[in-house]
Design a protein around this ligand. Structure first.
Ligand code: AMP
Length: 284
């Protein structure tokens, strides 16, 4: 609770908190507004010597975590998912966590002030460990959050992952997490026929290894009603964020063609990250 109250003090506004956390990240010249057709993306590492500062947008269940985490390994930058920060707070049993539980379990958004406070703390902790650059997942989720982020640092690229709504619901309902190792799996076998000129989508289940099978849990907010509410809120509050970055020419739209085996190589291709980079990162 104290953290929330602190945010409303003028000397420690969300702006100053996040600005402090990002102070060593590039507050460099603004990135020129441009669109990113395939093959004209910024290089993975900025010529000025800093690591990438990317944002992943997309509806709940689209796979932001999966692809952001793979890219973070490839590019050696932290993958920071605000949903994970919220769940850590819920699991910590703190007063703030208790206060957030109802909001999250109903599929609603946590206030901008609270989410910025959690993100600032995570960035500060990373700064202490010498982290630089980031791939943000699940932030910003409101135009206000995007504006605050814009005031304190330069985002290089915003990847907007897309899947049809029917697939998103099936994916959320099939999602399982191992409560020991924390890895995400999916038991859904998705086979959605093409409609109105858009192609069909098939995704094989992503099954856990034997040691995780008895430890699988389902997120409390992955029930059908709550997923539908989260999608409604995404369309209402987060889609305007797409427009915000589209207006800045930073939005890369990516329609996922299927599961990881087909989507990952395609994503690397549109990001101009070739297979060689991937092999080096796997070998490292
Ligand atoms: P996620 O794992 O990204 O689906 O996030 C889980 C929940 O955490 C969301 O449904 C929200 O309640 C909360 N949350 C995560 N990120 C944000 C954000 N940027 N703004 C507000 N609430 C958030």
């Amino acid at each position: 609770m104290a953290a929330v109250i602190r945010l409303f003090r003028p000397s420690s506004s969300p702006f100053s908190l996040i600005r402090r956390s990002l102070s060593t990240a590039a507050v460099t010249e603004p990135v020129k507004s441009q669109t990113y057709p395939q093959n004209h993306l910024p290089p993975a590492v900025d010529p000025k010597g800093r690591n990438v500062q990317w944002v992943f947008l997309g509806c709940p269940g689209v796979g932001k975590g999966t692809y952001a985490s793979r890219l973070s390994t490839l590019l050696s930058v932290p993958h920071i998912a605000t949903g994970d920060l919220v769940r850590e707070e819920l699991n910590s049993g703190s007063n703030l966590g208790k206060q957030l539980a109802d909001i999250v379990n109903q599929g609603k958004l946590v206030s901008d002030e609270i989410i910025i406070s959690l993100l600032s703390k995570r960035l500060e902790a990373g700064e202490g460990k010498g982290e630089s650059g980031f791939i943000l997942d699940g932030f910003p989720r409101t135009v206000r959050q995007a504006e605050i982020l814009d005031e304190v640092t330069n985002i290089d690229l915003v990847v907007n992952l897309k899947l049809p709504e029917r697939v998103l619901i099936e994916k959320c309902l099939g999602r399982r997490i191992c409560n020991q190792c924390g890895k995400n799996f999916n038991v859904a076998s998705i086979n959605v026929k093409g409609e109105n000129g858009s192609p069909g989508i098939s995704m094989a289940p992503l099954l856990p290894p034997p040691q995780c099978v008895s430890k699988l849990i389902t997120r409390a907010d992955d029930t059908e009603d709550v997923v539908k509410e989260r999608l409604r809120i995404y369309n209402d509050k987060s889609q305007p964020v797409e427009d915000f970055y589209r207006g800045q020419g930073k939005l890369l739209e990516f329609d996922l063609p299927g599961g990881i085996p087909v989507s990952w190589p395609k994503l690397l291709e549109v990001l101009n990250l070739d297979e060689q980079d991937e092999k080096q990162s796997v070998a490292a």
